[in-house]
Design a protein around this ligand. Structure first.
Ligand code: NOJ
Ligand code: CA
Length: 702
């Protein structure tokens, strides 16, 4: 690390640094208030905006500061993630540390650390060890993001307990979440007391073509940051999720807050390619990550989501037979024979994992009672023969995936965690899907508050201790922590494909917004791959909002090292030609290129499978049909590839003809341009494999 400028004198109240087009300015105003602003070229991204905190048990840390010293350093390094969209990541930034001291007694210290990248800015607060600020309670974070105009915004409500909303696209001046929250009856717990609050990552587009994304990185020991919107000034302010008694965070100095992030570019594709959030996270704490393996998995799952079977073994927890046992209802999906059917399907198709939900006792009254002692994580239902299933899966080379739904009782889970993970070790389960449906216990805590943020981290750490990979449903939305805990493969923390099964669903535009919002912080267990699009529900008009070809493309556009192959084996059996793409597609990549993207409209991405020469393309559109031409210049020059194109049929349409697709094979090379033709709500998926003799006789693409 080269020190560019030495410490500055007390009177130096303005500090500037830049990287490429991104410029940051820090100013201590006349009242000694720290402020910052961000520009991109000649355009304002964040107007001068205040920083600081109010405390519950002390005077505010907002003004009367002097600059003690400052230091500018520069870093340019590359690092290799354990898994990811690319195999190596450049971390290139200029850093400014501003050391502040309040000039009045008790002369408390607060540092602000800025990092300026080519694609944005990150900053965090640091409270050094000091005699007069030791234990404190944050009542509010004052950080503001003063936007320069009434931007187009892609938002979900700032709900303390759920990220599972559909996105609204509106101007900042129009943001009001009340109607959205009210209408979202399919979300179990909704707590959004501030009608003007939105969740991050918040995606925006300015009238003059800048793309701006605000989020946070490395959320540790602090609540999640939501944003309060001022409809008339376009000023956004940090809204920390409170705890059960209304406080925001309990801090013991020395402490560093999470990074506040502003990613900016004049190209939408740069937003999706940004590694800023990952770069702001700490390197992996797992010394030997060789046991961490990205994978695809099937699951005894969609049948419960669509109502074909149940999680619960009996209909009533309190009605027992003469021997005091539960009375089986005959619809329990997690039974040994059915599980074996999924194991067979996985083994036959090279799918590594099988998830089984509803295997353990507790599901009869699991939800909505805000009670503890719901589930045992070591006690199977009588019709789930764990010994037989383990042995069968092992004989077929398939890994079983554990399911631990807590129904929000995090306390109960903490008591059982070691026992649960020892049980997984004993039966050879190397990964677990957790879940937090319902109101949280400790009662009064929220999914996104400090207590739960600490809890999810404990789960990531403890699973790592037991060499278990984890996929969390209903945690706080990710902030790049998968760099530090690469066993934390994925989270849901957003509105997944499952809403297309049990509720009104996700509009065709949904998957064109998610990579710009929820996925900015990390991979999502979205559960793509639904081939049977209609016919699950008796509610008129209810269906999956997609074409079949688009479901294939989601394996590329919705990046995750853990991808579910979510539909039922019998539905795949009808389209094994299209299923070939799911068999072939990778989940870990050497390289990724965002070819075209516009939030709310379309995304086209190509990725190169790790350790191979195979490329895969995914292109998706919203409710509008779309034609585009993509150049294959990412392929090796002078080499021939077989391209297998899985496209919407000419007459396909997400609503009226969703399962119509066509598959064509051609020879292509780096000079080829392919024209993509996406149906309304449709998509295209393509695999590119180096041509072998098998490719002889195929026509060159024209
Ligand atoms: C909600 C999760 O998102 C879903 O995937 C799971 O099946 C249910 N909870 C039950 O745990
Ligand atoms: Ca969920």
């Amino acid at each position: 690390m080269a020190v560019l400028h030495a410490a500055r004198g007390q009177d130096s109240k303005t500090l500037k640094t830049s990287m490429g087009k991104v410029r940051l300015e820090f100013v201590l105003d006349n009242e000694g208030r720290p402020t910052y602003s961000v520009a991109y070229g000649d355009k304002s991204v964040i107007k001068p905006s205040v920083m600081g905190f109010t405390l519950a048990n002390d005077s505010p840390l907002d003004k009367s500061f002097i600059v003690l010293s400052s230091e500018t350093t520069s870093v340019d390094e590359t690092w290799k993630p354990v898994w990811g969209e690319v195999s190596s990541i450049r971390n290139h930034y200029n850093q400014v540390i501003v050391r502040l001291k309040q000039k009045n007694s008790p002369n408390r210290l607060m540092n602000i650390i800025f990092r300026v990248f080519e694609d944005g800015v990150g900053f965090r607060y640091e409270f050094p060890r000091q005699p007069n600020l030791k234990y404190f309670i944050v009542s509010n974070e004052l950080t503001a993001f003063g936007l320069a105009g009434d931007h187009k915004t892609f938002w979900i409500p700032g709900d303390y307990d759920s990220n599972e909303y559909t996105y609204t696209t509106s101007k900042i001046s129009e943001i009001d979440n009340r109607k959205v929250v009210e209408a979202a009856a399919s979300i179990a717990v909704r707590v959004a007391p501030d009608p003007k609050a939105v969740q991050t990552p918040l995606m925006m587009k300015t009238a003059d073509g800048l793309y701006i994304n605000i989020h946070e990185a490395a959320l540790v020991g602090f609540p999640a940051m939501q944003l309060h919107v001022d409809n008339s000034t376009y000023n956004l302010t940090a809204n920390l999720v409170p705890d059960a008694v209304g406080n925001k965070a309990y801090v013991h100095a020395p402490f560093k807050t999470p990074w506040r992030t502003v990613i900016v570019s004049d190209k939408a594709t740069d937003i999706l390619a940004s590694k800023l959030i990952l770069n702001l996270n700490e390197p992996s704490k797992i010394k030997d990550p060789s046991w961490i393996k990205p994978m695809k998995f099937v699951g005894v799952w969609w049948e419960m989501q669509t109502g074909k079977g149940t999680w619960n073994y009996a209909n009533d927890a309190d009605t027992l037979d003469a021997n005091g046992r539960l009375i089986p209802n005959g619809t329990h999906s997690a039974n040994t024979a059915n599980v074996k059917r999924y194991i067979d399907f996985a083994a036959a198709n090279g799918i590594q994992g099988v998830l089984v939900e509803g295997w353990n006792v507790g599901w009869e009254d699991w939800f909505g009672n805000w009670k503890e002692h719901v589930f045992s994580f070591v006690t199977p239902y009588p019709d789930f023969d764990i010994d037989e299933i383990t042995q069968y899966a092992t004989s077929k080379g398939v890994k079983m995936i554990m399911h631990n739904e807590t129904s929000g009782a995090a306390t109960d889970y903490e008591r059982q965690m070691d026992t649960a993970y020892r049980f997984m070790n004993k039966y050879g389960y190397t990964s677990v899907k957790t879940g937090y449906v319902g109101k949280i216990i400790p009662r009064g805590e929220h999914h996104d508050g400090q207590w739960m943020v600490d809890h999810y981290l404990r789960v990531a750490q403890k699973t790592a201790d037991y060499h278990i990979m984890v996929d969390m449903h209903e945690p706080e939305r990710p902030t790049g922590m998968q760099r530090t805990y690469p066993n934390w493969l994925a989270s849901e923390a957003g509105r997944g494909n499952e809403y297309n099964a049990f509720a009104e669903g996700n509009l065709p535009e949904h998957e064109t917004i998610m990579p710009f919002t929820r996925l900015m912080g990390g991979p999502m267990d979205y559960t793509p791959g639904i081939f049977k699009i209609k016919g699950y529900s008796t509610v008129p008009g209810r269906q999956v909002h997609t074409t079949l070809a688009k479901q294939l493309a989601l394996y590329i556009t919705m990046y995750s090292p853990l991808e579910m192959v979510a539909d039922l084996p019998e539905n795949y059996a009808k389209h094994m030609d299209a299923f070939q793409f799911i068999k072939d597609v990778a989940v870990d990549w050497d390289d990724s290129k965002i070819l075209e993207a516009e939030p709310g409209d379309y995304i086209t991405i190509v990725r190169k499978a790790k350790g191979t020469d195979n490329w895969f393309l995914g292109a998706i559109t919203n409710e509008n049909a779309r034609n585009s031409n993509v150049s294959l210049d990412f392929l090796d020059k002078g080499r021939k590839y077989v391209a297998t194109i899985y496209a919407d049929a000419d007459n396909a349409d997400w609503k009226d003809n969703p399962e119509a697709y066509q598959i064509n094979k051609y020879i292509v090379d780096a000079n080829t341009k392919i024209s993509l033709k996406l149906a309304k709500g449709g998509g295209t998926a393509i695999s590119f494999m180096p041509a072998t003799d098998a490719g002889k006789g195929l026509k060159h693409y024209k």
